[in-house]
Design a protein around this ligand. Structure first.
Ligand code: GDP
Ligand code: FE
Ligand code: FE
Length: 190
């Protein structure tokens, strides 16, 4: 599926702002893919569909988790965590996208996980640093993304956990697994 086709498919499922975010994530993912030797086709496709399920009603997302192979522990956590896993499943069901690398980049784009693939890292970082976002600490991550993809993903993972803890929010296990794994990769374990 090419870029324009993919964009036409996702557009009706997103708000105008989210569609613009999606385009910026796709452009950011493309440039990271180029820089770090990741497939540009896979990075672009994953980016275009990454928030595909974000505006499904919560009750529908819940039904997809309950009735599929997705892990039931998701239901114990905030519904914001469901759109990646459900989206990765729906693009296969609805568009016949069977590419497991693309699916898993979408699946883990919110939390990360242990041992992320280069494609997963590209989407995880692109979603966070796309030029439409602005919050404290982001410029530091943007600079790092030009130098070291793994270290920039580590910063994102650390920032996300810090943010969630400051709001007294529960943290999904994969979010911690990503942080621990990236910390070992950046700082060399013990
Ligand atoms: P978006 O879909 O482009 O807005 O971005 P994401 O899919 O990356 O993130 C959606 C939200 O999930 C963000 O506000 C994150 O802070 C939040 N988030 C990420 N990891 C966790 C987690 O482990 N637990 C909870 N409760 N929220 C998380
Ligand atoms: Fe998302
Ligand atoms: Fe996003």
């Amino acid at each position: 599926m090419n870029r324009d086709e993919a964009l036409l498919h996702v557009k009706p499922h997103l708000t105008e702002k989210r569609f613009e975010h999606t385009i910026r994530v796709a452009d950011t993912a493309l440039s990271l893919a180029e820089k770090y030797g990741v497939s540009k086709e896979q990075a672009e496709l994953a980016a275009i569909f990454h928030d595909y399920a974000k505006y499904r009603p919560v009750a529908e997302l819940r039904r997809w988790v309950e009735s599929s192979y997705l892990p039931k522990d998701l239901l114990q956590y905030h519904h914001e965590l469901w759109h990646g896993p459900v989206g990765s499943m729906l693009i296969e069901l609805e568009y016949g996208i069977h590419d497991q690398d693309v699916k898993s980049a979408i699946y883990y784009h919110t939390t990360g996980r242990k041992d992320m693939s280069p494609l997963e890292l590209v989407l995880f970082v692109a979603d966070y640093i796309e030029p439409g976002r602005q919050f404290p600490g982001l410029d530091e991550v943007r600079q790092m993304a030009k130098l070291d993809l793994v270290k920039s993903a580590w910063m994102i993972s650390r920032n996300t956990i810090n943010f969630l803890m400051s709001k007294n929010q529960p943290i999904y296990p994969d979010t911690f697994y990503a942080y621990n794994d990236l910390t070992n990769k950046v700082y060399g374990g013990f």
